[in-house]
Design a protein around this ligand. Structure first.
Ligand SMILES: NC(=O)c1ccc[n+]([C@@H]2O[C@H](COP(=O)([O-])OP(=O)(O)OC[C@H]3O[C@@H](n4cnc5c(N)ncnc54)[C@H](O)[C@@H]3O)[C@@H](O)[C@H]2O)c1
Length: 322
């Protein structure tokens, strides 16, 4: 059993850590890996890091053949996710959609059975219009994704499900909530970076800025746990699963959680203008029942325990790099 993890950032590095803890030696593939940051999450001696670009199908084929890959976790995405796709839609569409098609096609050609792909809970929140009829005979029977990023994720899910239907691939698309967690490199999306900066500021005694609207989060270690469960569960009944905390965090919840883990923290709830498109005011939490039933996913971390783990990691890191 050898897993190819494509994308070695905030989530991919945690997936590698779990597989290493299980005794596997996963292959991490990235076109712009950050080895020092990866090494802070997973023992680099126990992984193989290779250079590869999902927009160059040959590198995918070579990785699968060279390393006798039996399963794929695909976490690569256009940088800065929603924000990046709004700035450069064409590049995001190329990478998120065609990159994923290349991964699925390589899996089909080389007979890799299971492919787990990162989708996003933006598909639960970033929807507009729809006439509410849920009638496919009506042009506007269903709402549509309201950002380029969400539109790419919707395409990825639909394409993956059709690879499963027609090409013998077992496909899981995981709708992560906004991810935060240990990571010192660049990457993640707007919310990941806002949360990381807020925690840094709180520890440093500076004012921490947290979102001013409701948010649905997932801690990166839980996102990775759900991913490994989707990779390893015996049968994938259907392909799309919510992987979030399963609760909606109000601005007060976020502020109180940060004050709980960093007593005395000065917190202000104000969504930074530059990130606002990636932090809409969410009003409901995703339903985790299918993820629990089919892949066995239940979040281990809530707002407080996730932030506590992150604060501990940041403090330890600061001591080690001093
Ligand atoms: N971070 C979040 O809040 C969040 C929320 C929901 C879904 N997701 C999804 O989860 C996945 C992982 O997100 P993340 O936060 O770990 O992102 P990240 O930016 O930390 O990691 C993505 C990695 O993909 C690599 N990559 C980019 N283009 C590549 C290419 N052409 N070939 C190979 N590698 C390439 C990057 O170098 C980076 O290391 C993404 O698909 C993202 O859309 C993330």
């Amino acid at each position: 059993m050898t897993t190819l993890i494509i994308g070695s950032g905030l989530v991919g590095s945690q997936v590698a850590r779990i597989l290493v803890e299980q005794g596997e030696r996963p292959i991490l593939m990235d076109n712009a890996a950050q080895p020092a940051s990866i090494g802070e999450i997973v023992d680099s001696q126990r992984t193989t890091l290779i250079e590869g670009d999902i927009l160059r199908p040959y590198t995918l084929s070579k990785a699968i053949v060279d390393h006798k890959i039996t399963g794929i976790v695909h976490t690569a995405a256009h940088p800065m996710l929603t924000l990046g796709a709004q700035r450069d839609p064409y590049a995001a569409i190329q990478l998120n959609i065609m990159g994923t098609v290349n991964v699925l096609e390589a899996a089909r050609v080389h007979g890799v059975k299971r492919v787990v792909v990162s989708s996003s809970s933006v598909l639960n929140h970033y929807l507009v219009a729809g006439d509410g009829s849920h009638d496919p005979m009506k042009e506007e029977g269903f709402p549509r994704p309201s950002t380029f990023y969400a539109a790419t994720k919707q395409a990825v899910e639909s394409i993956g499900l059709n690879y499963a239907r027609y090409c013998g691939i077992e496909f899981a698309g995981l709708r992560y909530g906004a991810v935060f967690g240990p990571w010192s490199g660049h990457g993640g999306g707007g919310p990941s970076n806002v949360m990381r900066e807020a925690v840094r500021a709180a520890i440093a005694g500076e004012e921490a800025i947290l979102p001013s609207g409701g948010m649905e989060w997932v801690y990166s270690k839980d996102a990775a746990t759900g991913t490994v469960q989707a990779l390893q569960t015996k049968t994938i009944e259907t392909g799309i699963f919510n992987v979030t905390m399963g609760t909606l965090a109000t601005p007060e919840d976020m502020a109180n959680a940060l004050r709980t883990v960093v007593p005395g923290a000065k917190v202000r709830n104000q969504t930074p203008q530059a990130s606002s498109v990636s932090m809409m005011n969410m009003s409901r939490a995703s339903d985790l029942s299918r993820a629990k039933r089919v892949i066995g996913f239940t979040p281990h971390y809530d707002m407080v325990t996730g932030l506590r783990d992150l604060v501990e990691w940041m403090k330890l890191r600061a001591k080690n790099v001093r």
